[in-house]
Design a protein. Structure first.
Length: 97
């Protein structure tokens, strides 16, 4: 299992390194102990956080309410919970590039 993915009772927890202000939203591979995500949204007034949660839900095929920001609201290092998703399925989707 990857260091950035933890199995939880309700789903999974992801440790992310987020780069706002990119050209497009995408998974950019591993960044140390985290998974790097590039976001097109700017890092102002919570726009990048909102876009991260919306994009992750869409990318992983879960409802938006299943994705929760646990920590890192004002930081590039974020921890996100995704309910109702199997770890193997998440790995396959996040590492398929």
């Amino acid at each position: 299992m990857k260091a950035w993915l933890t199995i939880q009772p309700a789903g999974i927890r992801l440790t992310l390194h987020v780069q706002p202000g990119a050209r497009k939203n995408e998974v950019a591979g591993e960044h140390g102990e985290a998974l790097k995500i590039r976001l097109a949204a700017p890092p102002v007034e919570g726009k990048a956080n909102a876009e991260l949660l919306r994009w992750l839900a869409d990318y992983l095929g879960v409802p938006r309410k299943a994705v929760t920001l646990l920590s890192g609201e004002r930081n590039r290092h974020k921890i996100v919970a995704v309910d109702g998703l199997d770890a193997a399925a998440a790995l396959a989707m996040l590492l398929a590039q």
